[in-house]
Design a protein. Structure first.
Length: 72
């Protein structure tokens, strides 16, 4: 089982950009996520093909389960 925190941002050209964090500390604190996203935007250190990050759009935890089967 693998979990990822996906941070979604609006860009200056109207697209969505995502930053993912592997194995986030749980439970995820919504206020900390909001503050962290605001700091990422204010630091202006990330640019994308669709421009700079301008606002926080959303965040979600993705839980991925993988089951391998031996076929030989």
């Amino acid at each position: 089982m693998s979990k990822t925190l996906e941070l979604q941002f609006d860009t200056e050209f109207g697209k969505t950009a995502k930053i993912t964090v592997d194995n986030p500390k749980e439970p995820v604190d919504e206020n900390v996520v909001k503050l962290s996203m605001a700091q990422i935007i204010a630091a202006n250190i990330f640019t994308t093909g669709s421009g700079k990050l301008v606002s926080a759009k959303g965040a979600r935890v993705i839980d991925r389960n993988v089951t391998d089967y031996e076929l030989a």
